[in-house]
Design a protein around this ligand. Structure first.
Ligand SMILES: NC(=O)c1ccc[n+]([C@@H]2O[C@H](COP(=O)([O-])OP(=O)(O)OC[C@H]3O[C@@H](n4cnc5c(N)ncnc54)[C@H](O)[C@@H]3O)[C@@H](O)[C@H]2O)c1
Length: 301
């Protein structure tokens, strides 16, 4: 048994694609053996065979795709058959991520795109659609926290501008140019990652809260513009999901966030990826202009 990983799954969870995804990067590589409580051993020869392939043939862009949340989404979409292009500014991390996922047999590439720069976004999106022949999904995960333990009177306006540029202008530009491509095939899924801070307003995080409230307004407006097409435009508003954004936040800000979550824990990137994947799937065809919740019970509206 040396060198063989055994995973024990409850029988009723065996075919759960979310659970299968959770094991990526930990133990369920091809060749691993999974043990079912009923006693059967199953030799995994291809992970793809174990999953629902909702995105077979589809092309997706994920901005901030090497970040804590973006990377989980990239893996989830690719594991279900999408060809994914990561847009990010962190070249080193992009190379590493693409290499990591190539080992899984996924189709993932990357491009350096600054979501605040209109020309960078326009040419990046246009290039993907031209090269791959289509654009089905765009998930905007690029974001920064900005000043996160400052009262309004202490906020430096350059930091304010930078926060709004990435989080709000970036969302706007990515939606704008993705929609140009999606209109051509009358199909598309735009998903912008907002935040609970945009719904409720986090104290001492006013630039961030304002930027995310703007994202929520953006999907309300643009969702209606496209409501009679095959394109949906939605947002997802997480409370605190454990990523480097949380790790690097001021400890007081992190404490503030967790205290307000009724489940009294941070969310997990794979939980967010699972919800995001459903929102951008063909199944989610009667949902637009909406900001989905991902807050461990904090937001009940
Ligand atoms: N982690 C959380 O708890 C949480 C909660 C609510 C909302 N969000 C939102 O989710 C999104 C992702 O968060 P995360 O935790 O993965 O953060 P992260 O810092 O791990 O990742 C953000 C990514 O965005 C990229 N990026 C920053 N500026 C960019 C730019 N101008 N152009 C292109 N890429 C750029 C970074 O390089 C990084 O890879 C953000 O919009 C964040 O506001 C996160």
């Amino acid at each position: 048994m040396e060198g063989i990983t055994l995973l024990m799954l409850a029988d009723d969870l065996w075919s759960d694609p979310i659970l299968q995804f959770c094991k990526i990067g930990t133990a369920s590589r091809c060749g691993d053996i999974l043990y079912r409580p009923s006693g059967a051993f199953v030799n995994i020869t291809s992970k793809k065979k174990e999953r629902i392939m909702r995105f077979e043939g589809q092309v997706a862009i994920v901005t901030g795709g090497v970040g804590g949340l973006g990377k989980g989404i990239v893996g989830r979409l690719a594991s279900e058959g999408a060809r994914v292009v990561i847009f990010d500014m962190d070249e080193g991390a992009m190379g590493q991520t693409v290499e990591e996922f190539a080992g899984e047999g996924y189709s993932i590439s990357s491009q350096e795109v600054d979501v605040t720069d209109e020309e960078s976004v326009r040419s990046g999106v246009e290039g993907v659609a031209k090269e791959m022949g289509r654009l089905d999904i765009m998930i905007n995960c690029a974001g920064i926290l900005g000043p996160n333990n400052h009262k309004i009177t202490e906020v430096d306006m350059a930091a304010y501008d930078a926060t709004l540029a990435v989080n709000l202008r970036g969302s706007y530009l990515m939606a704008k140019y993705s929609l140009v491509e999606m209109e051509k095939r009358d199909y598309g899924r735009v998903l912008l990652i907002a935040s609970i801070a945009g719904k409720e307003g986090n104290a001492k995080m006013s630039p961030y809260s304002i930027s995310k409230a703007g994202v929520i307004g953006l999907v309300k407006s643009v969702g209606k513009e496209y409501a009679e097409t095959g394109i949906t435009v939605n947002a997802l508003a997480p409370a605190a999901i454990y990523t480097s954004m949380i790790e690097n936040a001021d400890p007081a800000a992190a404490q503030y966030m967790i205290e307000r979550i009724p489940m009294k824990r941070f969310g997990k990137p794979e939980e967010l990826a699972a919800t995001a994947a459903w929102i951008v799937s063909p199944e989610a065809s009667f949902n637009t202009g909406f900001t989905f919740d991902m807050s461990g019970g904090r937001a009940t509206y």
